[in-house]
Ligand binder design. Structure first.
Ligand code: ADP
Ligand code: MG
Length: 291
């Protein structure tokens, strides 16, 4: 049964855009020690744009973008939409029809176009030569917080597309408010180490875990629970759902995917990160009333 104090706190939350799927989740926030944030679509707007394109000798940017856009046109990853849009706008490229596209979760895509097989995504997935492609450019781009998408075929690396996603307007303030109420802030992402380090620094988040596949996000949450105690996780993607389920409190962004919304205990209906600190204050006040 639900106490009048809990009911009142839950409806107070709902008026402010925080949906609790039960009073136990609200109660638990009072003892929150740490919160882990997904990067893309949670700390950032999740709307990356293409900033730089590098190709190897003998391959034009148009060719690279035609291949990449044709294959990415069959993915619903935020990076995919950005690349397709850029190919159309900057080069007037219309995506072609690939014979086959496979989504390799956490790494990228494999696609067959006009009889050739291409791989698009992280360097470890494309081939070890990716690390040396474009000289020192990759390290500089990643240091700027950009995500690097490599494109290769069986002859090697064809090119590199860099994309930048900006922080949500209120990310830095929301992180500061949580730190002020004594909650540790952590970032967990599938993106590479250098890009993750840059975005964590921009967000003023001191602890981060990069190159995490969905199962690794789960392991990381488990370790954080051992380290800190009550730990929340906040995310928006299908790849965040297992981690949301593992956290003491799982929080979904309102614009997130259905799976994230269904798995979470709490939903931030308007994607407002600053509501988290508010929910903690609400929880502490409610627990005082209950006692
Ligand atoms: P995140 O959203 O935290 O970055 P994902 O698991 O969705 O995590 O992706 C991890 C990484 O895999 C991305 O940062 C990107 O480098 C690569 N990747 C995934 N899907 C694609 C795609 N469709 N096109 C290019 N790269 C991709
Ligand atoms: Mg995300």
């Amino acid at each position: 049964s639900i106490t009048p104090a809990a009911l009142s706190a839950i409806s107070n939350g709902a008026r402010h855009g925080i949906l609790f799927k039960g009073s136990v989740h609200l109660e638990r926030l009072a003892s929150l020690k740490a919160i882990a944030f997904d990067k893309t679509g949670t700390l950032t707007q999740g709307k990356p744009t293409v900033t730089d394109v590098y190709t190897r000798e003998g391959t034009t940017k148009e060719e690279l973008l035609y291949i990449t856009a044709s294959i990415e046109n069959h993915s619903n990853h935020p990076l995919a939409a950005a690349i397709v849009q850029y190919a159309k706008q900057a080069f007037g490229v219309e995506p072609g029809n690939p014979e086959l596209v496979e989504d390799i979760t956490g790494f990228g895509l494999r696609g067959t176009l006009n009889g050739n097989v291409y791989k698009i995504g992280k360097p470890d997935f494309i081939g070890s030569e990716a690390h040396d492609f474009a000289g020192g450019a990759a390290a500089v781009l990643a240091g700027e917080g950009k995500t690097l998408v490599y494109v290769g075929d069986d002859s090697g690396i064809l090119g590199l597309i860099a994309l930048k996603d900006v922080l949500r307007q209120e990310t830095i303030r929301a992180i500061g408010e949580l730190q002020k109420v004594g909650v540790q802030t952590i970032m967990i992402t599938g993106d590479n180490e250098q890009t993750a380090a840059a975005i964590a620094a921009e967000s003023h988040i001191p602890e981060f875990y990069a190159s995490c596949l969905p199962e690794m996000k789960v392991d990381t949450i488990q370790k954080l629970k051992e380290k800190y105690g009550t730990v929340a996780m906040i995310g928006d993607g299908i790849n965040d759902a297992p981690a949301l389920a593992t956290a003491s409190v799982g929080i979904a962004m309102g614009e997130g995917t259905d799976v994230a919304l269904e798995t979470a205990d709490v939903v931030l209906m308007k994607n407002e990160l600053s509501r988290i600190a508010q929910a903690i204050r609400l929880s502490k006040r409610m627990n005082v009333i209950v006692k």
